[in-house]
Ligand binder design. Structure first.
Ligand SMILES: [Zn+2]
Length: 284
């Protein structure tokens, strides 16, 4: 027999839990974007046909450089002695999503670099950047992928000196490394340093501080600027300086994220539990 309080509890459970899993990864294929100098993506069909055994069989071989498409930069990439890919502890590859939206600024200034002020603005809206956060720049660049000329913003995509796309200013990542405990810093562009960089200081700061980099992240408009949990599932490549990653987010659309909302949610939970208990007692 179903008591009303059971129904109420069930109702609470269903209305307060609507988890969405959002893929933030571009597909790996012949269009995958690499930095100039890397070998092209290779996908070879080894077998794709029926068999004498009466069953269908498919098997392929693929080859990719580490730094292509949606991928991780391991600390060893720009810092001697830093973790190589298989050495990155799993707990460093997941964290609360902090999405820094600079689309308006980047649409005017294609060489935009995320500033400390952008981080302060985020904190003023959503509270302190949480420990272990995955902090990602959303510049709006994901829409351009995989158009190479559009992503590198040049007509000569083999010449890095002509690249114009946004990234992180080294001051902002230095501030994060000193004042917050973040796991991952990433971008929706091909490099955590902006396109015009020649010395890659952001990459160096990340490596030196064992912060994982992630590049060419996609579809960041599909998740909230705060309140998600992001997973950076990089291939466990021995001695890698990075590697392709399946990046995805878990979003609870009913989750309360900011301080006042969290309080509201907490109060609501108490009210619901109290009502359930009272109704339960009355029906006994
Ligand atoms: Zn890379």
């Amino acid at each position: 027999m179903m008591f009303p309080w059971m129904l109420l509890s069930l109702c609470f459970l269903t209305t307060c839990s609507s988890l969405r899993i959002v893929d933030l990864t571009h597909e790996q294929n012949h269009a995958t974007i690499y930095w100039p100098g890397n070998p092209a993506y290779n996908f070879t069909i080894l077998y794709r046909n029926g068999t004498n055994g009466g069953y269908w069989y498919e098997s392929n071989s693929f080859a990719t450089a580490e730094h292509g498409g949606t991928h991780v930069d391991s600390p060893a990439h720009f810092y001697q002695g830093g973790w190589r890919t298989q050495q990155i502890p799993m707990e460093k590859l997941v964290g609360k999503g902090v999405i820094v939206n600079v689309q308006a600024k980047a649409s005017i200034n294609h060489d935009y670099q995320v500033t400390v002020q952008d981080l302060t603005d985020w904190e003023n809206s959503y509270g302190l950047i949480p420990d272990g956060a995955v902090v990602l720049m959303n510049s709006g660049w994901s829409d351009k992928y995989p158009d190479k000329n559009a992503v590198f913003n040049t007509t000569t995509p083999n010449d890095p000196s002509t690249f114009h796309f946004p990234g992180w200013h080294e001051d902002a990542v230095t501030w994060l490394s000193k004042n917050r405990k973040v796991n991952v810093i990433g971008v929706d562009t091909p490099s955590t340093d902006y396109g015009q960089s020649t010395t890659f200081p952001t990459h160096v700061v990340l490596g030196k501080n064992n912060i994982i980099g992630v590049e060419n992240v996609g579809f960041l408009d599909s998740i909230p600027e705060s309140g998600s949990t992001i997973f950076v599932a990089v291939v466990k490549l021995s001695d890698g300086s990075g590697g392709p990653a399946r990046v995805f987010a878990m979003v609870d659309d009913n989750q309360c994220t900011s301080g006042s909302d969290a309080h509201f949610c907490h109060v609501n939970l108490h009210v619901l539990v109290s009502i359930s208990l009272i109704v339960g007692l009355l029906t006994l």
